[in-house]
Design a protein around this ligand. Structure first.
Ligand code: IPT
Length: 986
């Protein structure tokens, strides 16, 4: 392979070969052998290109005293953020390569970080054996010098690399230098949908390897569900002794195999045993779990039991440190996942920091460990020159798989090896699979790009719509291209390895997917795309919010090519605050389904291995949203998959005069490693009184008259507490300035924007729904009743909407009947239908009786329950990374606005409406690019009272809003609601 660079010293950068002079791949096991952390302060210098590098970087005599000092591990583009970024900026592209597609070459402008430090080698390390330097992750290619000697080079950013330093090390001070290139041939294999950031971003250690030490072990710990026995076999160097105190095992023959009475490992019951493998010179520890994974009869079986994966795709990201994560952050991710009933994680799209897998073993998560291979950008050129089928890249592919499997093979949590992501198909991927099968027959192989399923063990897809998934479940999906593969593929389980794109507000429709997964044995579940919004912390420089931090996305760093906020598509916001979607998902995948009906509480377990003895049950009875009785409910432990029915608690309450509800919650009986006692995992609720709760209110008004008197009042007038202008427009309520207009728009959510030509750009915007103009087309006063019709439309269209408003006074209250009629050739969907009021900003709290506590939309209601909730206007907002419609509360029967606790206005709805309350207008929300662009209006808050709003769906990547959750224009006939305003102050 010829060099792409000006100097042959850098030839390795553009050589597809994975590295030079590296030591064989292996795990770094906790060991009695010595090790020295090389994390911490290093001297650093950033060169813009290969021409600009330090000629004698490895020279111990080089004076680097004026170089910067940085902390390793780190991503250099993230250093100093948000206030003093020091070394370039992150850049975001999803699929496209940010450099010309000319494999294996990369541009001459190749930011190159030069790192130097010294270290003292402990004398014991030199007395015997070897010393390896181990890099856990360097992005993307690097070369290493020690004491002036070039040691070797490597690629494969998210994989460990070891070099043998023994020949060059000396007693006392040693000089280490590392040159890291942002771009290399390896970048072609690392085109994951994420920020391009570089550097020594995971830990570096010097490992003493005593001669005759235990370099590697492979623990095979199976569980035979029929005999109930574990079977243990350990590949270890000859002469090693295997012990497990807990199992009373002490043997000089680790290969066994040993049949042992054990408790199996599962994600629900993560039982680990500590094994020691030792000889005279070294002792290593492996925490193992006994479990057997099999693909059989279209199912994923663990210990003989079918497993349903309820997962998330997790990238490693921190808004301040980038792809360098602390152990605390890893724990936080796992604890949040466990708290929200998630049982599986796909390490999209590369092997994570090794500590993360230790934590998965410990807390209990099923893991798809994915190799660091993605060549997605080749799709832009019809997959021409894709490395996946090119023999020149075979070693690079195989090397990556081998390094992942060797590093991670001892983790009980890993249930699938994944070859990578979005790299089309080809012989190199097939070779990875073949090697892996031989090395580890104990785990099935996953790769979504092998549609023919001739080298994988699971039929894996992304973003398939519900009806396709159902066809697969029923076995009536289209055949493979090659008929020879069809029967095999039909025999495999089907997995949605990505679905429900959590970008911005959404995803909607989770319950419908889960209902399918729950009822068809061939469907083994799915993984939400994705866990976290990869925002980058920035600070607002100017304007009223100057100094406020916010999270940047693609394009915020002057990238010439970028993919905007497609990087912000997680269930948690960049700072790991759960978004409402996480609460929705938690209930959809809850460990128990609780149904209260006809005096019986039914608890159905969705667990596969554990019973429900870790759960306690509590009930709450509420009248009009206020708890009037609560207590414990004795529910016997429910066996996995079983159902138990217990009588409902006896209610000693007077007959209800308003809506009475019962909610039964399943909470943790005791604290666990991931949540405190009392943490809620599931709930079920039922209305006890038979007051109907219609989903779509019907107007009590007749259709507007066809002949109208435009009407006018000579002067402003009042009805009860309300004052109107001469055109019949509400201007004051109890002396407070208030306005009211019909509204059809919502600040565009990501799922509207990318809706495959269905929504905003092609339909809603041309209709001008975001710039309605209004005209009072009728005004009549009849005694103390005012009848107004407002005709609204966007410019240039004759698709109009008539909003009829009938105002009447009832003592000090004001009643408003509404009706909405679409006029003209309307079709398809609209974003929302309702009224928008402006009210004094001093009214800074909302109390509502309806669904809560978090926001809900037509297709994201699973995680919310019926009660009376209170929140400040700030708390009502969901700060999506790219601002967009958010914060709606659904099925609201009444609400109250208050100023610092003093009630101001109560509004009763005759039938449930949707309510949104915010300190800025929809226009301001729409215009904002980041959260720090949003400034509360000085004197106004905005109250949306909606008949309905369109669902949110998942169209940013995947299916749109399901018909049952859509707001279609043909539903609008007779639309309307009746409100009563009770001003509470003067
Ligand atoms: C899919 C990718 O696998 C994932 O990395 C991410 O980019 C996601 O899309 C969108 O956010 S691939 C796509 C072509 C379905």
């Amino acid at each position: 392979m010829s060099s792409s660079t000006s100097s042959s010293t850098h030839a390795y950068v553009s050589d597809p070969a994975p590295g030079t002079n590296r030591s064989p791949a292996r795990p770094a096991l906790p060991s009695s052998a010595g090790q020295l952390s090389l994390d911490g302060e290093w001297r650093f210098r950033l060169a813009d290109s290969l021409e600009d590098v330090t000629a004698d970087l490895g020279d111990p005599g080089l004076d680097d005293s004026r170089w910067d000092v940085i902390e390793v591990p780190s991503c250099w583009q993230m250093l100093g953020r948000p206030d003093e970024p020091r070394y370039g900026a992150p850049a975001y592209t999803n699929i496209r390569y940010p450099f010309p597609v000319d494999p294996p070459f990369v541009p001459e402008e190749n930011p190159t970080g030069e790192y130097r430090r010294t270290f003292e080698v402990p004398a014991a390390f030199l007395a015997d054996g070897r010393c390896l330097i181990r890099f856990e992750g360097v992005d993307s290619a690097f070369a290493v010098w020690c004491n002036g000697e070039r040691i070797g080079d490597g690629k494969g950013s998210r994989l460990p690399t070891e070099f043998d330093l023994t020949p060059v090390l000396r007693a006392g001070t040693n000089q280490l230098a590392v040159r890291v290139h942002q771009w290399s041939s390896g970048s072609y294999l690392e085109d994951q949908d994420m920020w391009w950031v570089s550097g020594i971003f995971r830990s570096v250690r010097l490992l003493h390897r005593p001669s005759g030490g235990i370099d590697d072990v492979f623990v095979h710990a199976d569980f035979d569900h029929e005999s109930g026995l574990g079977r243990l076999r350990v590949d270890a160097p000859a002469g090693a002794r295997l012990t497990c105190q807990e199992l009373g095992l002490d043997s000089v023959d680790p290969a066994g195999p040993y049949e042992l009475a054990v408790e199996p490992w599962t994600a629900e019951t993560p039982r680990l045993y500590s094994l020691t493998i030792a000889n005279d010179v070294e002792r290593v520890e492996v925490r193992t779990g006994f479990r057997t994974i099999r693909i059989d009869d279209g199912q994923l079986l663990v210990n003989g039991v079918p497993v349903l994966l309820q997962g998330v795709n997790r990238h490693e990201w921190d808004p301040v440190t980038g792809r360098t994560l602390s152990e605390e952050t890893m724990r936080r991710d796992i604890e949040l996942m466990k708290q929200h009933n998630i049982n599986a994680v796909r390490t999209s799209h590369y092997p994570p920091d090794a500590r993360f897998l230790d934590l998965c073993d410990e807390y209990g998560l099923w893991v798809i460990d994915e190799c660091d291979v993605e060549t997605h950008g080749f799709v832009m050129n019809g997959w021409r020159h894709n490395p996946s089928d090119d023999p020149a890249w075979r070693d690079a592919y195989l090397d990556r798989m081998q390094r992942m499997v060797e590093r991670d093979k001892n983790h009980p949590s890993i249930v699938f090896w994944s070859l990578g992501n979005e790299s089309d198909t080809g012989a190199n991927l097939a070779a990875m699979s073949e090697w892996t099968r031989r090395r580890d027959p104990g785990r099935p192989i996953h790769y979504e790009g092998n549609r023919e399923c001739d080298y994988v063990d699971v039929y894996s897809k992304m973003y398939d719509p519900i009806d396709f998934v159902e066809r697969v479940a029923l076995g009536i999906d289209p055949p493979t291209d090659d008929p020879a593969n069809d029967a095999r593929r039909r025999s495999l389980p089907y997995l949605l390895v990505e679905y429900a794109h959590a970008m911005g507000n959404g995803p909607g429709g989770l319950a419908e997917y889960q209902a399918l997964f729950d009822s068809h044995r061939r469907l083994i579940g799915g993984f939400i795309w994705e866990w976290i919004d990869h925002g980058v912390v920035l600070r607002q420089q100017t304007g009223p919010n100057a100094g406020q931090t916010y999270y940047g996305y693609g394009g915020d760093f002057g990238e010439p090519l970028h993919d905007r906020n497609f990087i912000a598509d997680g269930l948690v916001l960049p700072d790991r605050t759960p978004s409402p979607a996480l609460a929705d998902y938690a209930q959809v995948i809850a460990p128990v389904r609780i149904v209260v009906d006809a005096g019986i509480v039914e608890v159905r377990s969705r667990l596969a291995f554990a019973d429900t003895s870790h759960l306690a049950f509590r009930y709450y009875i509420s009248d009009d949203g206020i708890d009037v009785q609560a207590g414990d409910l004795a529910v016997p432990a429910v066996a996995p998959g079983a159902t138990v029915r217990v009588p409902m608690p006896t209610i000693e309450l007077p007959p209800a005069r308003s809506e009475r509800w019962i909610r039964v919650e399943a909470v943790l009986a005791d604290k666990t490693t991931w949540a405190p006692a009392g943490h809620r995992l599931a709930f079920g609720e039922t209305q006890l009184t038979d007051v109907p709760v219609p989903q779509r209110p019907i107007s009590t008004l007749p259709p507007p008259p066809t002949r109208r008197d435009p009407g006018s009042a000579d002067r402003p007038f009042s009805i009860g507490p309300a004052e109107f202008d001469t055109r019949g427009r509400l201007v004051r309520l109890s002396g407070h300035a208030v306005s009211l207009v019909p509204d059809l728009w919502r600040a565009t959510i990501d799922n509207d924007m990318y809706a495959g030509g269905q929504a905003v750009p092609t339909v809603w915007e041309p209709l001008g729904l975001h710039r309605l103009r209004h005209r009072v087309s009728h005004l009549s006063v009849d005694g103390d009743q005012l009848f107004v019709i407002i005709r609204s439309a966007g410019a240039a269209t004759d698709q109009l909407i008539d909003t009829s408003l009938v105002w009447t006074a009832e003592a000090d209250r004001l009643r408003l009947q509404t009706r909405f009629d679409l006029v003209g050739p309307w079709a398809g969907t609209i974003p929302r239908l309702g009224l928008r009021l402006s009210v004094p900003a001093a009214w800074n709290e909302l109390t509502w009786f309806g669904l809560g506590p978090h926001e809900t939309y037509a297709d994201t209601r699973s995680g919310a329950w019926t009660s009376r909730f209170r929140a400040s206007v700030d708390e009502l907002q969901t700060p999506y990374t790219r601002p967009q419609e958010n914060g709606q509360r659904s099925l609201v029967r009444h609400l109250e606005l208050a100023a610092d606790g003093t009630p101001a206005l109560r509004i009763d709805a005759d039938s449930p409406i949707s309510v949104t309350y915010r300190p800025w207008s929809t226009e301001a929300l729409e215009a904002a690019r980041h959260t720090a662009d949003l400034v509360p209006d000085p004197d106004r808050n905005w109250l949306h009272l909606d008949w309905a709003q369109h669902g949110v769906g998942s169209a940013a990547c995947g299916p749109g809003v399901l018909p049952t959750h859509a707001l279609t224009t043909n539903q609008v006939a007779n639309a309307g609601f009746t409100l009563t305003f009770h001003p509470l102050t003067n």
